[in-house]
Every structure is written in structure tokens, then in C-alpha cells.
Design a protein around this ligand. Structure first.
Ligand code: BMA
Length: 322
């Protein structure tokens, strides 16, 4: 294990977009308190963000914003796109933090999101082909559970979900398996929080796993409690391509964290929290969309010449430990 200070002189892996934040409640076509933590995907040659919008009751819903370059000129749906189902008890206090994955086998997008129920936050699943009509498959994990995403395909016939239950006060990444997206089992801890480290108090999956030739790239958030609140930063891990239960690497340092005023001032200061990335294979660019201080939506791009989606640069840029 390398001493964690050793990389201090190395450059940053992500470069913030100079016009951050890219979306705020001031841009919204209707009244909103905050817009943040958006799922991201490509749809009809555009970048589509499924943005978490918090209203002034403190409840959240999801609204689509589209842009041809993923940076500017956002076209925002004039009304909420996916609202809590008031018939469904588990959505009574809103829906939050979506992760969007294209399932080629089913030819539809899967959206895992947090439903806020009386019993606490839980993981729900909805499907869509067009971001207009949604089919809710209902809760897939009971409270308290969040930060979930499917992998885009089955492994040995089973769908795989990464999620983050809180059990006995401990918050680790877990992995679970299902033959039908409904019945889940073979649960096990995938990536634990690390006492004493920057990710000591909680960890949770950020965007959906990204497939690379060397493995599934996982961007996760780690939380450290401090005297002035929690710090939410991002770290990396790599899972085996054929068996995502196998962790090949995990970065010792965080790769992104709150620094700019818009990340340090907001409803929850000190938070950088991502639910979506877009990988452009032609330009080798990875765009990370992230919520800043639970208040606005921002963009950072991975700007190393050799992408972090290539093994060489993962090892060069990060002092990776297993
Ligand atoms: C987490 C989630 C996120 C939020 C973060 C920081 O538990 O609820 O939606 O951004 O806390 O408040």
C-alpha cells in the first residue's frame, strides 16, 4: 500500500466545466428549490439527463433535460417527467437519485431510483423506452437502501444489482442477483467502507458501472463525517468483467471532491454526488454529471490523454491498491 500523500503533486483526474453549474433551479420552467443528482444517458443522439428536482415541500421528482453537446442549451421538460406515484406508499415522500442503464436484451432503459417511504429510503425500478411512458416494477430492495444500479446485461443468466443498504449502522456497497429483476438473492458485500479513510463512514455507488476492456469501472462516493458536517467525495474501483463480485482494484485516494464555492455553499455544503456519466468512445471523453451541495447540477470531464477507461492510465493516475 502506498502512502496516500504520495500523489499530492499529481494533477487532477477530472476537470470542472468552466461554466459550472450547468443547471440550477433558476433555469427551471416551474418553481423548484434545487436541481441535482441526475441520471445520464444518450438518447436520440442527445445527452439526456433525468434530473432530481426538489420542490419546496422537500419532496423530489424527476425531470428530463436534453442537450446536443451535453454542456449547454438544455431543453427542459416543461412539467415534471416522472412524479411520485401517490397510490404507492413507498413513494409518499418523493423519488430521488436515478441511475439509467440501457438493457439491450429488453430493448429498454432501466431506471433504479430511491423511493422515500415512511419506513425509510428504498430502491425502486422503472422501465422506459422513450422517457415519456414509464412502467414501474416497484420496490426491489427494502429500506434502508439507496444508490443502486443494474449492470446492462445478465451474468450467467442473472441480472446483477449494486446497491447500498444500511445494516447495523454500516453502509457498504452490496451486490445481489436476480433471474427476473423481481426476486433478489445471493447478497454479499462488494466494497466496504474503510474505517479511518476518506470513505470511512459510508460508501455508495455513483453512476452505473462502466464497461472497459479491463473490467467494470466503478465510481463510488465515500463519506467522512467531520466537525462541520459530511464530506462527499468520489473514488474508483475496478470489477472483473466476467464476475463483478471480484474487486480487482480500488483507489486509495479520492479522485474528486468539493472544492469550488458552488460545491461548498448550498443546501448541503461539501457534497459532490454523481448519478450519471456519458462515455464518448470516439473522443475517449468521460463526462461526469454531479450534484453540487445538493443544490445545482455540474459537469466535470475526465481529461487525461489516455482515458481512465484504459487500464494504463488507471494505474498511472491513481495509486491503486487492491
Ligand atoms: C445521500 C443522498 C443524496 C445526497 C447526499 C448528500 O444520502 O440522499 O441524494 O446528495 O446524501 O446530502
Amino acid at each position: 500500500m502506498l502512502y496516500s500523500g504520495i500523489n499530492l503533486k499529481k494533477f487532477e483526474l477530472f476537470k470542472r466545466y468552466e461554466k459550472n453549474p450547468i443547471l440550477t433551479s433558476a433555469n427551471w420552467p416551474y418553481a423548484a428549490n434545487a436541481v441535482f443528482n441526475a441520471g445520464a444517458t444518450k438518447y436520440n443522439d442527445e445527452t439526456l439527463l433525468l434530473v432530481r428536482v426538489e420542490d419546496r415541500r422537500g419532496f423530489s421528482h424527476l425531470t428530463v433535460a436534453r442537450s446536443s453537446d451535453g454542456k449547454e442549451n438544455w431543453k427542459i421538460d416543461p412539467y415534471p417527467t416522472l412524479v411520485p406515484d401517490i397510490q404507492a406508499q413507498e413513494e409518499m415522500w418523493g423519488i430521488e437519485d436515478p441511475r439509467v442503464v440501457w438493457l439491450q436484451e429488453r430493448e429498454e432503459f432501466a431506471i433504479t431510483y430511491v423511493s422515500f417511504s415512511k419506513g425509510g429510503p428504498l430502491v425502486s425500478l422503472a422501465m422506459t423506452k422513450d422517457f415519456r411512458n414509464f412502467t414501474r416494477l416497484g420496490p426491489v430492495m427494502p429500506p434502508e437502501d439507496k444508490d443502486a444500479s443494474l449492470f446492462p446485461r445478465r451474468f450467467k443468466g442473472r441480472w446483477v444489482l449494486i446497491h447500498r443498504p444500511i445494516i447495523r449502522g454500516e453502509a457498504h456497497l452490496w451486490i445481489s442477483f436476480s433471474p427476473d429483476l423481481k426476486h433478489w438473492g445471493d447478497h454479499q458485500i462488494l466494497l466496504p467502507a474503510r474505517p479511518g479513510w476518506w470513505d470511512s463512514h459510508r460508501v455508495g455507488l455513483c453512476p452505473p458501472p462502466i464497461e472497459t476492456p479491463e473490467g467494470w469501472l466503478i465510481i463510488y462516493h465515500g463519506v467522512r463525517y467531520t466537525a462541520s458536517g459530511s464530506l462527499y467525495r468520489l473514488g474508483l474501483a475496478l470489477l472483473a468483467l466476467d464476475d463483478p463480485r471480484r474487486v480487482l482494484h480500488r483507489s486509495s485516494e479520492w479522485v474528486f471532491g468539493p472544492k469550488e464555492p458552488y460545491e461548498l455553499i448550498g443546501d448541503v455544503p461539501g457534497v459532490t454526488f454523481s448519478c450519471g456519466t456519458i462515455v464518448n468512445k470516439d473522443t475517449n471523453e468521460l463526462r461526469l454529471y454531479y450534484g453540487a451541495a445538493d443544490f445545482t447540477l455540474c459537469l466535470a470531464t475526465e481529461f487525461k490523454k489516455e482515458s481512465i477507461t484504459q487500464k494504463k492510465s488507471i494505474e498511472e493516475v491513481q495509486n491503486i491498491d487492491t
